[in-house]
Design a protein around this ligand. Structure first.
Ligand code: EPZ
Length: 438
């Protein structure tokens, strides 16, 4: 095994990188009611957990319904740098992990995204060691990884953080009982990855219940893992010595679906959002109905009708799943900015996830932020302005704001939206939005 830490300076898979242009801006000509149907893509936060999981197999895995977004492109680069052979065709990614011989990776692609930390669990599970740069990702306040490291230690790894790298080394990896002090999606996923091939039983208590955790557990089970309880707060993993590759399809992206549902409501439009798992959206459906938006379930589609009068303010508190998702807090704030009355929005997950608010204020919103709470006084209308995106879901918020506002909104910082929303301009243009990237 090579122990030199690989970086992005080494060969790249040239045909696998999707377009990224930091100079481009999005011009939105708002005030149009969205009407029609949007089909939801595969879940970003599943895809970027399933791809490192494929490293645990001793034969190729085929992952379908993978969204073509830059976070996926970055993950492909990471796996390629480790030596995996990767082929992409439309939304299917085939990963052959057999030639991966290195457990060490650092550099810009590692630091550019949060989910690069899943390489720690996957490489530790496969090689009993991992040397991976500290992750980056959206700036939402402090985002420690202490629960991940505590769990790796419990599984038998020595942990050292030095020079911006996390070094994990285990003579043997064994099952353990791990209680997470905070409900963490990332720590739950990382510990599933590390424990799937460990000796004996691992029990993760106070585990995250997010659908993306369940999706990963299902994929690992398709690879031969023995996991019970995913989707509850206690997950039991009976380690197995080997996993094989598997064919699997990512669940639909509940946050993408939710963003378009909010856009339908915000433009007083009527959208059919298809290809979703409605129960994943229960907290948003409940809030939209409370506001006065009609939401109907039709099998794997949701019909959202925001054209009825009498909408009124609501309070929202983000919580781990099945509570209201923090990832929809920002687009929801943009919508509530034009809903009559006072809405109080509290983000209990992140310390600093209101950087979109200053931009909304440029568009005429009346919002005060106090700590983790935003007090939103609904105004009759927002007006277009030049705004800048600070993080992925702030981008979703400004997209919603631009669609609901009168006049032209110019959105700078599209690289954030491209990280998480597949073909969003085409999808929105097809339901009546007027937007132009240039
Ligand atoms: C995942 O982030 C998602 N990212 C986030 O989506 C999402 O906002 C978040 O889960 C919550 O749902 C990915 O799946 C790649 P956490 P993650 O660990 O795993 C604290 C988006 O927009 N914590 O569940 O990093 C942490 O600081 C992104 O798509 C610790 O204190 O989130 C936070 O306050 C943004 N110690 C809370 O727990 C730890 O060791 C929840 O974080 C780990 C986390």
């Amino acid at each position: 095994m090579s122990l030199s830490v690989r970086t992005e300076g080494q060969s790249q898979p040239p045909d696998l990188r999707f377009q990224e242009n930091a100079e481009e801006r999005l011009h939105i000509f708002g005030g149009r009611r969205l009407r029609g149907e949007i089909r939801v893509s595969g879940a970003k936060n599943s895809a970027i957990a399933l791809m490192p999981a494929a490293l645990l197999g001793d034969s190729p895995s085929v992952i379908e319904n993978v969204p073509r977004i830059t976070d996926v492109s970055r993950y492909i680069t990471l796996l390629h740098l480790l030596g995996a052979e990767i082929a992409c065709c439309e939304n299917t990614v085939t990963i052959d992990p057999q030639r991966v011989t290195s457990a060490a990776l650092d550099g810009e692609p590692v630091r550019a995204m949060r989910a690069s930390y899943y390489l720690m669990g996957a490489l530790l599970g496969r090689f009993h060691e991992a040397h991976v740069g500290m992750p980056g990702g959206c700036d939402l306040g402090p985002r420690p990884i202490d629960q991940h490291l505590k769990g790796f230690e419990a599984l038998g790894a020595e942990v050292e953080v030095q020079g911006g790298l996390v070094h994990l080394q285990a003579r043997e990896l064994h099952g353990a009982r791990i209680y997470l002090d905070v409900v963490s999606v990332g720590a739950t996923i990382n510990l599933l990855l590390a424990a799937a091939r460990a000796d004996g039983q691992t029990i993760i208590e106070n585990a995250a219940r997010e659908p993306e955790v369940v999706d990963l557990a299902n994929f690992l089970c398709a690879m031969g893992a023995q996991i019970r309880g995913a989707g509850t707060d206690t997950i039991r993993i009976q380690g197995v010595p080997h996993l094989h590759g598997a064919s699997y399809s990512c669940i639909p992206d509940r946050i993408e679906a939710g963003t378009y549902m909010i856009a339908a409501a915000a433009t007083k439009g009527r959208l059919r959002i298809s290809g979703v798992i409605p129960t994943h959206l229960d907290p948003l459906i409940a809030k939209l109905r409370e506001i006065g938006v009609r939401v109907e379930e039709h099998g794997d589609a949701l019909l959202v009708d925001g054209s009825y009068p009498g909408q009124h303010a609501v309070d929202i508190k983000t919580q781990p799943y099945p509570g209201f998702p923090t990832d929809l807090q920002q687009p929801m704030t943009a919508y509530l900015a034009i809903v009559p009355g006072t809405s109080i929005i509290t983000d209990t997950i992140y310390e600093s996830r209101f950087r979109h608010v200053n931009e909304l204020k440029r568009m005429g919103a009346d919002i005060r932020v106090q700590g983790r709470t935003a007090v939103v006084e609904g105004v009759p209308q927002l007006t277009g302005a030049a705004v800048t995106v600070s993080d992925l879901r702030a981008g979703a918020a400004l997209l919603v704001a631009g669609l609901e506002a009168e006049g032209e909104t110019i959105v700078d910082g599209l690289i954030y939206l491209d990280r998480g929303y597949e073909h969003f301009e085409e999808k929105l243009a097809a339901v009546g939005a007027q937007l132009l990237r240039k």
